[in-house]
Ligand binder design. Structure first.
Ligand code: ZN
Length: 250
């Protein structure tokens, strides 16, 4: 379907520099594993809740780890109903499943709707990510600096990291270039490209759901009780990370 990855409305626009909003949902405890079955159940819930379109295809992307920066991802389209099974397969890899829908055209529900009104109208691009290699974590909002808790010095967070979808795959087997201390998720910090500083463990995840939309929704809390319940069931407690004014995924 040719419109699937097309962000802009059919009406021509002179705005070539379209920027969008991306919301990330990640477990609030990096050390707590999420079983693959729970992840597959969450993905199926996105169809049951009518956010995604069961009659359209889903794109699956995968990379075997470890992989060198710049490694291309394997990409294939799958029937939507077969896609949950893909989340059960694969060790020592990173995998994502993604589908974009138009709310009105495809009569889909909006996870950010307030009182039944989509906020904003347009498209939703939902992507579920999982990293099964023990030596890598996902940094959903790409980081620019890693702040070592040992010596306090910054280093380039992108060193050895791999672009994965719109996120970054970060290798845990790296040491501070200044004091040679190993990465410590519970004490090191990351500086995101927005300039915000987070404890590494609060910005990193082994699994993550992202939803991209044209602009930030008005509601700060996720308003859809069904999605909150599905996320809590899969992730336990969860946190939201915001990536605003970013280029649309492709
Ligand atoms: Zn250091």
């Amino acid at each position: 379907m040719s419109v699937r990855r097309e962000r802009v409305d059919p009406a021509p626009t002179s705005d070539k520099s379209l920027l969008v909003h991306r919301r990330w949902f990640i477990p609030d405890d990096l050390s707590q594993p999420v079983p693959p079955q729970a992840l597959a159940k969450l993905w199926r819930a996105l169809f049951t809740l009518e956010f995604l379109n069961p009659s359209d295809e889903v794109t699956l992307q995968r990379v075997a780890l470890p992989a060198a920066p710049g490694t291309l991802l394997d990409s294939q389209d799958l029937p939507a109903m077969a896609s949950a099974g893909a989340l059960l397969a694969g060790t020592d890899s990173a995998l994502l499943v993604t589908q974009m829908v138009w709310l009105e055209r495809e009569r889909r529900q909006d996870p950010f709707a307030v009182a039944g009104v989509s906020d904003p109208a347009g498209y939703r691009d939902s992507t579920l990510h999982v990293v099964t290699h023990p030596g890598f974590v996902l940094l959903p909002v790409p980081a620019k600096d890693l702040l070592c808790a040992g010596c306090g010095q910054p280093s380039d967070a992108t060193e050895g990291a791999l672009k994965f979808g719109e996120a970054m795959l970060f290798p845990l087997a790296r040491a501070c270039p200044h004091c040679k201390r190993a990465v410590a998720p519970e004490s090191d910090k990351v500086v995101l490209r927005s300039g915000q500083t987070f404890l590494f463990s609060e910005a990193a995840a082994k699994v993550a759901l992202s939803i991209e939309l044209i602009r930030a929704p008005q509601s700060e809390e996720l308003p859809h009780a069904g999605l909150v319940e599905a996320l809590e069931e899969a992730f336990g407690g969860f946190d939201e990370l915001v990536d605003d004014q970013v280029a649309p995924s492709r």
